[in-house]
Structures are given as structure tokens and as C-alpha cells.
Design a protein around this ligand. Structure first.
Ligand SMILES: O=P(O)(O)OC[C@H]1O[C@H](OP(=O)(O)OP(=O)(O)O)[C@H](O)[C@@H]1O
Ligand SMILES: Nc1ncnc2[nH]cnc12
Length: 484
């Protein structure tokens, strides 16, 4: 069994159940899903600017993406404040909408709080329509009606003054972005309740993958300037404990390049299979296998020492390139996953629905694997540390022997156990720490001066892994993998 652990990824160890004897120096695999670039809309309407309009390119490139905002749940926030910093891009945005809506008999431009208030008023002025703000609760002073809705990252409510729109008004809804469409649907419902005819909705940005779950109106009735394609499912590799370690989370705008450093999980392991999956489940087998290849020629070294850089690169055409490289030997393999045979929306929805249904069970599995890996990492780091040349010289035999003994017992214990509960591993880790750390501390104190030597990196690394950083023990709950 080949085991791998991640050094600077969020989760830790990688495992492949089968040692493949075949090598794939360069493999082309067909993948079932498209992933493409932040691209300029191919316009569905007759009057929207043509796709090669340089104004659209300027607008698209002026939008900034901030990961994990407003919540740390994988939302890739499309920030239009950078567009506003570029007066030309801002003007182009307004002009493009005005060109489309001028002379269309629009009498009301309704802007959605807050960012619809930035784009709506200049459009309203230019096309000679009134501007009506649709606001979050408790902001409008007059008589209001309201609609609740869900959006990409939560729930909310918007309101409109009942006397702002009259029956027969022809309305255009303006916002900066449509993601799930929850907000836009609520705005349309409000306008219809006060008797307006909603002619169209217009947004600067559209997240098409999210828009597919939109309800309540026809997606053809929404115009947007910039389409941001995102990864419909998370992408990652199988890691120890059959866990999917995600390198690119779902909903990440592309193109995108992400790297993670992994390592071996057994001593003198020379090959590592890289199995690439998409999906949201904890166990790799519950996700969709996109392809696999084997990296061989890995530095023959104790477990945890080799550093394997795994890089996922999705280009503008949605082609995913996966590269694995041993940073010591320079040995490298790659695989290209082509953008054909897409998963259907139904299949993606089914995978999302399953991820939701098994959320608790998956989290439980992740916790167990994380705890097990943490214990194993710690045990191997101790083992490597006491085998270090300088340590052998400086540490009294009796201390090394007692550490060795304790470590061996734990490694043996781990070999023969099914996955146990998180607490069992935590307890075992605590016991091992209590048993070994006093010796390690002694070794560290007597030995630390030498570690200022630049060339003594490996000893330093081992000390870092076993729980010491700049002379201080790591705090409880820290991972024992290196972050570099
Ligand atoms: O398509 P949806 O999933 O409904 O999301 C789109 C909405 O989310 C954002 O507003 P937000 O609720 O963040 O309001 P804010 O501008 O007041 O912060 C954005 O400006 C849209 O109004
Ligand atoms: N990803 C996103 N970026 C900016 N605004 C949003 N509103 C909903 N999803 C959003």
C-alpha cells in the first residue's frame, strides 16, 4: 500500500490502494466536465455588444476575485469595486447597457441593494426612466411590500415602496451579479406584485454554473456582460485513508492554477499513484474518478521526507493539466484531462445532493482519518528524528531506545487497526507525546545551537515536525505536517 501525506494542503495523507505497475509519462484522458475561462458573453440578444467588443474585455479584466468572502465556505467573491476604480471600464459598462435599453420603452429602472444602486441610476438617467431602489429591510420609510429569498451565501429580504411603480410601468431590473438568481427572482416578484411588466434583467456578471438552479423566471430574460465560468465540482487527489484532498474547490472561477505539496507515507517508497477526482464527498471512491497516473523515481528516503509537488492547472479552454513532480529528483509526470463528455447537470445535482445527504457521515470520516494521520505523522517524525546522525551522536542511547520503542509500538498498532474513532487516536497521540517529548526536549536543548547551521536542514525539519518550532512546543491541535 502506498501512502502519501500532504505537507501544505488542508488535509493530510494520500493513499493509493493499488500499486499500479504501469507508467503514464503523459496521458490524455477525456473528462466529463467543462471548465472554462472568465469569458466574454456570446450575446443572445440582437443589440448587446458583439463578443469581440474590447469594452467587454476591459470590464472582465477589471473585476477582482476574493476567495472565501463573505463566508469561508468556498465562495469566490466577484468584486466590482475594482471596476469602479477604472473610469473607462465603469463608463463602458453603463454605455453597453444604455445601448441595449435606450428606445425600448422602459419606464422604470429598479436597482437591487446595494450594488444595483451603483449601476442602475446612471442607466436610468441615460434612457430617461425613473429609478426605483429595492432595499434590504427597514431602510425604506414609506409603505412597502417585501420578498424573502435565498442567495449563494445565505438568505435575505428586499422591499419596494408600493407607490414607486404603477401598473403598466415597463421595468428593467439592474444588479451587479447573478449567482443563484435568488435575489433577482425576488426583485421580479416584487415588481410584478405592484403591477409592473418586467421587460428584462441586466447584470454585469453572471455565474452560469449557479444560474442553472435559478427559479422563478426565464434565464433568457437576463442579460449580462461577463460570464464567469467556475468549476462545478471540487477537484482533488486521493490521499491517505481514501480521502479526497481538494486542490481546487467547487465554484472556483477559471483559469486557475493550484499547487499542493505531498509526501510519501512509507519508508523508501519509490512510486506514487496520482488519482484525480471531482466531487464533494469525503471518501475518494464516492466521487467521480477523472484519471490517474503514477509518479515513479521518487527519492528513496524515510516516510515523510520526499516532497512531491502536485499542480492542477485549468486553462482558458477548461482543460485540466495535472503535474506531479518530486522536487528532489526532478522526476515529473503529467496528465491532461480534456474538456469533453461533460457530466450532465442532473449528474452534478445528484452528486451535490448526495454530498448534502451524507454530510455528517463524511465529516466523521474526515475527522477519523485526520486524527489517524496526525498520530502516524508524529510517530514517523519521531522515528526519523532519533535516527538523525547528529541525534544519534548527541542523544544518550537510553533515551533514543525508549523513543524508538514507543514509536514502534504505535506504528505496529496502526498497521493492524481498522479506522477507529477520532478520540482513540487522540488519546494514543497524547500518550506518545507524554512518553517521548521530555526526551526530545532534552535533546533539543542540548542540540539547538547546531541547528543554526544552514546545511542541517533535515534535522531542523524533523524537530519542527515532532512539535518544536523555534524552540517552542507546538500547541495542542497543531498538525504535524510541515507548512512551507
Ligand atoms: O444570485 P444570488 O445568489 O441571489 O446572488 C446575487 C446577489 O448577491 C449580491 O448581493 P448581496 O446579497 O451580497 O448584497 P449587498 O450588495 O447588499 O452586500 C449581489 O449584489 C446580488 O444582489
Ligand atoms: N460570488 C459572488 N460574488 C459577488 N457577489 C455575489 N453574490 C452572490 N454570489 C456572489
Amino acid at each position: 500500500m502506498l501512502l502519501f501525506k500532504s505537507l501544505n494542503c488542508s488535509s493530510s495523507l494520500l493513499q493509493s490502494p493499488v500499486l499500479s505497475s504501469r507508467l503514464f509519462p503523459s496521458v490524455v484522458v477525456r473528462t466529463p466536465r467543462t471548465l472554462s475561462v472568465r469569458r466574454i458573453r456570446t450575446n443572445r440578444s440582437i443589440s448587446m455588444a458583439s463578443t469581440d467588443d474590447s469594452r467587454l474585455k476591459r470590464i472582465a479584466s477589471s473585476i477582482r476575485v476574493i476567495p472565501d468572502f463573505p463566508k469561508p465556505e468556498g465562495v469566490m467573491f466577484q468584486d466590482i469595486t475594482t471596476l469602479l476604480l477604472d473610469p473607462q471600464a465603469f463608463k463602458d459598462t453603463i454605455d453597453l447597457f444604455v445601448e441595449r435599453y435606450k428606445g425600448k420603452g422602459i419606464t422604470v429602472v429598479a436597482g437591487i441593494e446595494a450594488r444595483g444602486f451603483i449601476f442602475g441610476p446612471p442607466i436610468a438617467l441615460a434612457i430617461g426612466a425613473k429609478f426605483v431602489p429595492m432595499r434590504k429591510p427597514k431602510k425604506l420609510p414609506g409603505e412597502v411590500i417585501s420578498e424573502e429569498y435565498s442567495l449563494e451565501y445565505g438568505t435575505d429580504k428586499i422591499e419596494i415602496h408600493v407607490d414607486a411603480v404603477q401598473p403598466g410601468d415597463r421595468a428593467l431590473v439592474i444588479d451587479d451579479l447573478v449567482a443563484t438568481g435568488g435575489t433577482l427572482s425576488a426583485a421580479i416578484r416584487l415588481l410584478e406584485r405592484v403591477g409592473a411588466e418586467v421587460v428584462e434583467s441586466a447584470c454585469v456578471i453572471e455565474l452560469p454554473e449557479l444560474k442553472e438552479v435559478r427559479l422563478g423566471y426565464r434565464s433568457e430574460d437576463v442579460q449580462s456582460l461577463v460570464l464567469v465560468d467556475v468549476t462545478p465540482l471540487s477537484l482533488g487527489i486521493e490521499t491517505k485513508g481514501d480521502v479526497l484532498t481538494v486542490l481546487i474547490p467547487r465554484n472556483t472561477p477559471i483559469p486557475i492554477k493550484k499547487e499542493g505539496i505531498f509526501t510519501t507515507c512509507s519508508d523508501f517508497q519509490s512510486t506514487i499513484p496520482i488519482r484525480v477526482y471531482e466531487g464533494e464527498r469525503a471518501r475518494s471512491e464516492d466521487n467521480n474518478l477523472l484519471g490517474q497516473f503514477t509518479l515513479d523515481g521518487i527519492l528513496l528516503a524515510p516516510q515523510g521526507v520526499p516532497k512531491i509537488n502536485v499542480c492542477f492547472n485549468i486553462d482558458a479552454d477548461g482543460i485540466l493539466n495535472v503535474t506531479a513532480e518530486d522536487t528532489s529528483t526532478g522526476e515529473k509526470r503529467h496528465m491532461t484531462l480534456m474538456n469533453v463528455d461533460r457530466l450532465t447537470n442532473k449528474e452534478i445535482e445528484r452528486m451535490m445532493e448526495e454530498a448534502e445527504r451524507f454530510k455528517a457521515e463524511d465529516e466523521e470520516h474526515r475527522k477519523k482519518v485526520r486524527a489517524r494521520n496526525k498520530l502516524e505523522s508524529f510517530a514517523y517524525a519521531l522515528k526519523n528524528a532519533v535516527e538523525e546522525r547528529k541525534v544519534v551522536k548527541s542523544m544518550p542511547h537510553v533515551y533514543r531506545e525508549s523513543i524508538n520503542c514507543a514509536v514502534k509500538l504505535v506504528i505496529e498498532w496502526l498497521k493492524h487497526k481498522e479506522l477507529l474513532s477520532e478520540h482513540v487516536y487522540e488519546r494514543k497521540l497524547e500518550e506518545l507525546r507524554n512518553e517521548c517529548l521530555p526526551h526530545v526536549a532534552k535533546m533539543y536543548q542540548e542540540y539547538y545551537v547546531d541547528l543554526d547551521d544552514e546545511d542541517d536542514v533535515s534535522a531542523r525539519l524533523d524537530l519542527l515536525r515532532i512539535g518544536y518550532f523555534n524552540g517552542k512546543p507546538k500547541t495542542e491541535g497543531d498538525e504535524y505536517e510541515m507548512t512551507d
